[in-house]
Structure formats: structure tokens, C-alpha cells
Ligand binder design. Structure first.
Ligand code: AMP
Length: 419
């Protein structure tokens, strides 16, 4: 495995997998360019060191070539941020892409059209009728595997070295995120986005300064069990908040009114609490909550204990006493991981708890704590508050971050690391 900082790019063509899956409005204007900005340091590094670039990405979930999902919509944004003209291959396969990449000179940049215009990128057969037999399905899968190998080989043929800088898709074993790496046994490396994500998460999982506090929120316990259990290995405190707290409250005999609850997870919630006890992790889900008489921003609200919510009311946000408790826990923590909102933060009336966490994280970071924020809603909250630069690291990974935190070896990381 090579390092982007020490690799000699001079005269080499680098094929770089980035995550340029950016949101576009109906006029094909980029509404959030975070992912493009994130990849710029990696792309600039290659150019500065005398290399040329072949950029590849997916955009959306097309089922085949679709004008709406063309990467041509983002050419000007890349040009503007990179300060270089970007050539475009309107098909990531075929002679034009091959010629354009072969003729690249140091300092030049080529963008390939959306990889997912080909089913081969993901390696899953498309358009299979639902009623086909298992045998037909198996044959289609085998045929697709062969086609995927060919697709990967063609992509690899464009370049002399490979950089994976797409953390957001690192949990997928796709052609461009994992399979291609084997064509560059001595010339493959992570870009800065990948390096940054891995370093930040490893800092929490492998060498955290104690005390460690994990704040896990969001709607469902079921989607966060694996990460909760994994974090028991490193956390001293765990704050369970958002909709999932009510499943714990009910499991412990609380009256939770109409609050969100996964009744099929009550046993599991109790076993999580037992496990925390045996591992010496303090779990916090109790305290006061803001409840509403309807799931609406304009509903009537009041504050009550999470264990005794009146009939007909539902928990929507953390209460003021709970926020004070969290403040003291976070003030005494040296490492903090936050994933998932503390309430229905999309409604301004119930965003207080989530925004307060963002604010507290910014404060404790300034005092020297290491703070890692991940997951779409938590990232949106720190960004909305203008604190994205005031926490130690904001993970852009989403699903990839959760899987990495769960201890799963991500295919995109493994492919670069293995010999
Ligand atoms: P997740 O995708 O599991 O991280 O959950 C995020 C969602 O949880 C957000 O859309 C929040 O609105 C929702 N959520 C947070 N707290 C609550 C709550 N008390 N009741 C219902 N939904 C909630």
C-alpha cells in the first residue's frame, strides 16, 4: 500500500474514485457541494506532483444511461474548484474514454461519465423479471460477475495508479471501489478523505483518550444495536436519545404514551442495559423530555419525565434537566462520538436538544476534547449551527461510517490494504 503524500505521481495517470454523488435541483444546479470540496485536496495533490487525473464517480441510482444523472452537470463545479479545465468522456467505457485517458498530459483532468450507467459497476443484474426461477437468477448473476471483471479491467487500463477517496461507498464491493484495486498491487492508496475518516474513527475505536462518551440517537434501536454493542468496548458513558430512548423507557416499565416505540425490541433493550452494566458502561436514557399532543411543529407541548408520559402525548425532544445532565457528562469527556438526533429536529419546536448537542460539542472541542460527528441528521445539525469546523471531525460516510464503527472491515478499505 502506498501513501498519497510519498507516492511519485510524476508523469503518471491516476484514476481516482471520488464520491461526487451530490444533490442537484430541477435545473441541475448543485445544492450542496460538500462532497466535491472534500475531494479537492486529493485531486490537487496529484496535479501538483506532476500527475494527471481520471476522475470516476456515481451519481444517483440510475438503471442505465439517464440524462438526469449525467456527471456533465458537475463539470463546471469541478473546474471552478480545481482551477483546471476538465475533459469529459460521455461513456466510461469505449474507445473515446480509452483515447482521452491515453492522451492525458501531466496536469490534465478527465472526468468519466456516471459509472452506474453500467450495471457492472455494482455487479447486480438489472431488469430481471420477478418471476424467473432461481436457476435463471443464478445464471444471470454469474454472467454479470464475468461482465463486471471485464468492466473493471477496462477502467484499470486507463491509469498507472489508483486512489480511493470515496468513503461514502467504501462499504460496497463495487468495481470502482474495491475490485479495481487488484490491478494496482504496488500503486494503490487512499486519498485524504479516506485517510481522514479512517484516522478519526480509529482514534475513537482504538486509541481514545478517556473518558469516552457515545451519544446515540435517532428513530430506531434496531438500526443501531450493532454500533451500540461495539461501542461498549470503548465507551465509559452512553447517552441514548431521540426516538429510541422510549423503547428503553418502556422496557424498564415506564409509561410512554404515544411515543415512538419498537415493541419487538423491548427484550433486546433490557439485554443491552444488562450488557452495559456488565461492561461498566453508564447508560443514560432517563430524564425529562418535551412531549407533544400531536406529531406536529405546532402541537401543544409540556415537559415531563420519560417514565411517566401522559396518555395521548408523545416524546419529541430532550427536556431542560436532561440537557443539563448531558452538559456535565460532555464537559467531563475527552472523546465524544455523536450519531443520531436527540429529537424530531426537522421541526423547529423540537430541535432544541439536537442543536444543544452540536453547541456543546463545539464548546468541549475548544477545550481539547476529540469530537467525531457522523450520520446525516447529526451532520446537518452541526452544519446548520455553523459548527462543522468547530468539532474535530465530521464524517461524510453515513452507512459506511456506521459499518466501520460496528467493526466491519469495509471492502473499499480492505482492497487498498491487502497485498
Ligand atoms: P435515524 O435515521 O435512525 O438516525 O433517525 C433519524 C430520525 O429520527 C429523524 O428523522 C428524527 O426526526 C427522528 N426522531 C428523533 N427523535 C424522535 C422522536 N422522539 N420521535 C420520533 N422520531 C424521532
Amino acid at each position: 500500500m502506498q501513501k498519497i503524500d510519498s507516492y511519485d505521481f510524476s508523469g503518471k495517470r491516476a484514476i481516482v474514485r471520488v464520491d461526487f454523488n451530490v444533490p442537484l435541483n430541477e435545473n441541475f444546479q448543485i445544492t450542496d457541494d460538500t462532497r466535491i470540496r472534500a475531494a479537492i485536496p486529493t485531486l490537487k495533490k496529484v496535479l501538483e506532483k506532476g500527475g494527471s487525473l481520471i476522475i470516476m464517480s456515481h451519481l444517483g441510482r440510475p438503471k442505465g444511461p439517464t440524462a438526469k444523472y449525467s456527471l456533465k452537470h458537475i463539470i463546471s463545479a469541478i473546474e471552478e474548484k480545481l482551477g483546471v479545465t476538465v475533459k469529459f468522456a460521455p461513456d466510461c467505457m469505449g474507445t473515446e474514454a480509452a483515447e482521452l485517458s491515453k492522451n492525458l498530459k501531466p496536469g490534465e483532468v478527465l472526468l468519466l461519465e456516471n459509472l452506474r450507467f453500467y450495471a457492472e459497476e455494482e455487479g447486480k443484474p438489472r431488469d430481471l423479471a420477478e418471476d424467473v426461477t432461481e436457476e435463471v437468477k443464478k445464471a444471470a448473476k454469474a454472467e454479470m460477475k464475468e461482465k463486471q471483471k471485464e468492466f473493471t479491467k477496462v477502467l484499470a487500463s486507463y491509469a498507472d495508479c489508483y486512489i480511493n477517496d470515496a468513503f461514502g461507498t467504501a462499504h460496497r464491493a463495487h468495481a470502482s471501489t474495491a475490485l479495481i484495486a487488484k490491478y494496482f498491487p504496488n500503486d494503490k492508496m487512499f486519498g485524504y478523505v479516506m485517510e481522514g475518516e479512517i484516522t478519526a474513527i480509529d482514534k475513537v475505536l482504538k486509541s481514545p483518550e478517556k473518558p469516552v462518551t457515545a451519544i446515540i440517537g435517532g428513530a430506531k434501536v434496531s438500526s443501531k444495536i450493532a454500533i451500540i454493542e461495539k461501542l461498549f468496548d470503548v465507551a465509559d458513558n452512553m447517552i441514548i436519545c431521540g426516538g429510541m430512548a422510549f423503547t428503553f423507557a418502556k422496557a424498564k416499565g415506564g409509561k410512554i404514551g404515544k411515543s415512538l416505540c419498537e415493541d419487538d425490541q423491548l427484550e433486546l433493550a433490557l439485554s443491552i442495559l444488562d450488557k452495559a452494566k456488565s461492561k461498566g458502561v453508564k447508560i443514560y436514557f432517563e430524564g425529562d423530555v418535551v412531549v407533544a399532543d400531536a406529531f406536529s411543529n405546532d402541537a401543544n407541548k409540556q415537559v415531563c419525565d420519560i417514565m411517566s408520559i401522559p396518555d395521548g402525548w408523545l416524546g419529541m425532544d430532550a427536556g431542560p434537566e436532561t440537557l443539563k445532565l448531558w452538559e456535565s457528562i460532555l464537559n467531563n469527556s475527552k472523546t465524544i462520538l455523536w450519531n443520531g438526533p436527540a429529537g424530531v429536529f426537522e421541526m423547529p419546536s423540537f430541535a432544541t436538544g439536537t442543536l444543544k448537542i452540536a453547541e456543546l460539542l463545539a464548546q468541549v472541542t475548544a477545550k481539547g476534547a476529540f469530537t467525531l460527528v457522523g450520520g446525516g441528521d447529526s451532520v446537518a445539525a452541526v452544519t446548520q449551527m455553523g459548527y462543522a469546523k468547530k468539532v474535530s471531525y465530521v464524517s461524510t460516510g453515513g452507512g459506511a461510517m456506521l459499518e466501520y464503527l460496528e467493526g466491519i472491515e469495509l471492502p473499499g478499505i480492505k482492497a487498498i490494504r491487502e497485498a
